[in-house]
Design a protein around this ligand. Structure first.
Ligand code: SAM
Length: 426
């Protein structure tokens, strides 16, 4: 069979067979993952080194050891569903400070292709090939001494079958990178299937792309909670035909008790498309939380009284539970954005990363969004120019932002009644 060579970033891969998966459209996904991993590992390695130094200091003080030099912190990455090996090879060549990468696939042809490509790119010293079921491989790495610093899950469609093993085989504070491409299920075309796969009912609404992100985050958190672990999202994006989340996984049974206050059910009005969030658990602001101002800002509004929507007296559909806590860590996103802006020559898709992350950085931490055209469409009015609509909200003393997940989106902390008042004046 003819061999096709593909160059992406610093890697060159040979595709001997059409049967091994390669999608050029995912270059953005891989570029972004490299930038995220670079900045994550920089911080994580410093955290690990500080911990190791402390350990050595304590041992020296107690006379247990005479050396004062801690061992080098090791950073290991698992690409559990690797296909051609392209992503792992790029991680090996483009992400600094990595000790070892395992590129795994269940398909024998894919594994053969990974081996060829690893040799072709001369990264055998960093990339180990594995031929196993992703779940089985991760279960073999459950023991704390064997866990990975980062695990990348990039399956066809839904990632949920890999989550139980993934959340157990990641180090405390490690990074989980997860793609989901079954957008029809997540965006409300099949709410029952969404419940079966993700444990949440999806809704067909104007804000379905952010809902999809929040359903996936909820699903990862629920898997983590089973093992007294919990997640902290660093970045959550919806682009093209898929979503991708980057979350840190921590251990801590006490923190798991806060999960219900990070989840909400969603009442979706069939008449005016309005969504109202109802938290699953009580909300107790904690001054020691990382960002109390943000925490306060996403506090959902009160649940709807009775069955009917207060704005148009129509019925509600009930969806969720969704993750209603912040979906990005803005300081982290800023560091990734600056890294890409300072290294544009390294990222083929830097312009797009720049665009998406700049929008993410400006997003209000309010869950979900409106779209201005749908708002006016519902009452059969011509759409008010977006800028005019936004200024009306700002003039009333509330905040507005876009969401990176939809064109013409509008995030705001203003009550829905105010938006309908503005619509009425048009
Ligand atoms: N990450 C790759 C990239 O960036 O080019 C693409 C991965 S592709 C979407 C999904 C891969 O998962 C396929 O190569 C398939 O053989 C593999 N796969 C499917 N089920 C698997 C399983 N249970 N364990 C390991 N690999 C699996």
């Amino acid at each position: 069979a003819p061999t096709k060579a593909i160059k992406e970033g610093q890697a060159e891969i040979c595709m001997k067979t059409e049967k091994v998966f390669y999608n050029p459209v995912q270059e953005f996904n891989r570029d972004l993952s490299i930038a995220v991993l670079t900045k994550f590992i920089e911080g994580y390695k410093a955290e690990l080194t500080a911990k190791l130094e402390k350990k050595v200091r304590n041992k020296t003080l107690s006379g247990e050891s005479s050396t004062d030099k801690p061992p080098e912190a090791e950073i290991t990455i698992l690409e559990a569903l690797s296909a051609s090996g392209l992503r792992s090879i790029r991680y090996a060549k483009e992400v600094p400070n990595v000790t070892k990468i395992i590129a795994n696939d269940l398909s024998a042809q894919a594994v053969e292709s990974i081996k060829t490509n690893v040799a072709h790119n001369q990264v055998e010293h960093l990339v180990e090939t594995s031929h196993d079921d992703a779940c089985m491989l991760m279960y073999k790495h459950k023991h704390p001494s064997k866990r990975f610093s980062a695990i990348d899950l990039d399956p066809y469609g839904c990632p949920s079958i890999f989550l139980d093993s993934a959340v157990q085989s990641i180090q405390d504070g490690g990074l989980l990178l997860v793609t989901a491409t079954d957008m029809a299920v997540l965006a409300g075309n099949s709410p029952e299937t969404c419940y079966a796969k993700y444990g949440a009912v999806s809704l067909k609404t104007k804000c379905c792309h952010e809902m999809a992100l929040r359903i996936l985050l909820q699903c990862i958190e629920s898997h983590a909670n089973r093992y007294s672990r919990y997640i902290v999202p660093l970045l959550s994006i919806s682009v093209d035909f898929y979503i991708r989340v980057f979350v840190r996984v921590y251990s801590g049974a006490i923190h798991c008790k806060k999960t219900t206050s990070k989840l909400s059910m969603v009442y979706h009005c069939v008449g005016c498309d309005h969504t109202t969030l109802t938290p699953l658990g009580g909300f107790k602001p904690n001054p020691s939380d990382k960002n109390p101002a943000q925490v306060k800002a996403f506090l959902p509004t009160a649940p709807p009284v009775g069955e009917l929507c207060e704005h148009c007296a129509q019925r509600h559909h009930l969806g969720g539970p969704i993750w209603s806590a912040p979906i990005h860590d803005i300081d982290f996103v800023t560091s990734v954005l600056h890294h890409v802006q300072d290294n544009t020559e390294r990222f083929g898709t830097w312009k797009r990363i720049d665009g998406v992350l700049s929008m993410v950085r400006e997003e209000l931490p309010v869950p979900l969004y409106y779209t201005v055209d749908k708002l006016f469409g519902r009452v059969h009015l011509e759409t008010m120019p977006t800028l005019m609509f936004r200024s009306a909200i700002l003039n009333a003393g509330y905040q507005v932002s876009y969401s990176h997940a939809a064109k013409n989106s509008l995030k705001t902390d203003a009550p829905a009644a105010l938006l309908w008042d503005i619509v009425r004046t048009w």
